[in-house]
Design a binder for this molecule. Structure first.
Ligand code: PGA
Length: 257
């Protein structure tokens, strides 16, 4: 049975102090119940977040990135062993901002994903098309190409550790959300592709999250779609009340996952 997940991607926002308060406020206001809730703070406060979540069932912390090598002369980078040591179970890989601003290629993202999985981390792997591609109508092919060049190259055993986040770039931070139907259509296509490239069990067992301007006002409609298994939330995850409202929306879908 696949898990329903609400993950917050804080990006380069919050300080250790404000991040601590944000986690505290969310913990005070909700319990995840049938949903997994993940916080994605910057590295400076990932360990602190991890400690805050101790004893709080259903809450987890995610890194926003990691390096593909084990260790060495890579100034400014964070290794998977470091994540392992602090107990961060999840890592976001392939976010469109990493692809765009840090020139991360499919080959690099595959290397990072393999390394994370080798160390038993769960990967939230992002994909999604830019606006021009959506307008041309080739978004399905575009996303399938992204997946074929990356996570579809994993073995089925490795693929078990993958959560997919479909994030159309035109919807990220723009206030413009994909319609529930647009999200469902892509999620359905991704699930069908998993079945073809991997197997039926992985197709039905893989959580596929939607990301891109998820907020309290649209979360429930998106989460109700049968192939949407939660959300990767940017801006709205920085406000405890909004993030809690999104978690509550996820709980309401009551898919028992
Ligand atoms: P947004 O970001 O919710 O602010 O659109 C989503 C993301 O980039 O993961």
């Amino acid at each position: 049975m696949r898990k329903f997940i609400v993950a917050g991607n804080w990006k380069m926002n919050t300080t250790p102090k404000s991040g601590k308060q944000l986690v505290k406020d969310v913990l005070k206001k909700t319990k995840p119940e049938n949903v997994k809730v993940i916080f994605g703070p910057p590295f400076t406060h990932l360990l602190q977040t991890q400690k805050q979540l101790k004893g709080h069932k259903g809450f987890f912390a995610a890194a926003q990135n990691m390096h593909q090598e084990d260790r060495g002369a890579y100034t400014g980078e964070i290794s998977v062993e470091m994540l392992e040591d602090i107990g961060a179970k999840f890592v976001i890989i392939g976010h469109s901002e990493r692809r765009l601003y840090f020139k991360e290629t499919n080959a690099l993202l595959l290397a990072k994903t393999k390394k994370a999985i080798l160390h038993n981390r769960k990967v939230i792997f992002c994909c999604g098309e830019p606006l021009a591609v959506r307008e041309k109508g080739t978004h399905f092919q575009y996303v399938m190409r992204q997946l074929s060049a990356t996570i579809f190259k994993l073995s089925p055993e490795e693929f078990k550790q993958v959560i997919i986040a479909y994030e159309p770039i035109w919807a990220i931070g723009t206030g413009r959300t994909a319609s529930p139907e647009q999200a469902q259509d892509m999620h359905f296509a991704i699930r069908a592709a998993i079945k073809k490239k991997m197997n039926e069990d992985l197709a039905s067992g893989t959580s596929i999250l939607y990301g891109g301007s998820v907020k309290p006002s649209n979360a429930l409609e998106i989460f109700k779609q049968p192939d949407v298994d939660g959300g990767l939330v940017g801006g709205a995850s920085l406000h405890a009340d909004d993030f809690v409202a999104i978690i509550e929306a996820a709980k309401k879908t009551d898919r028992g996952r």
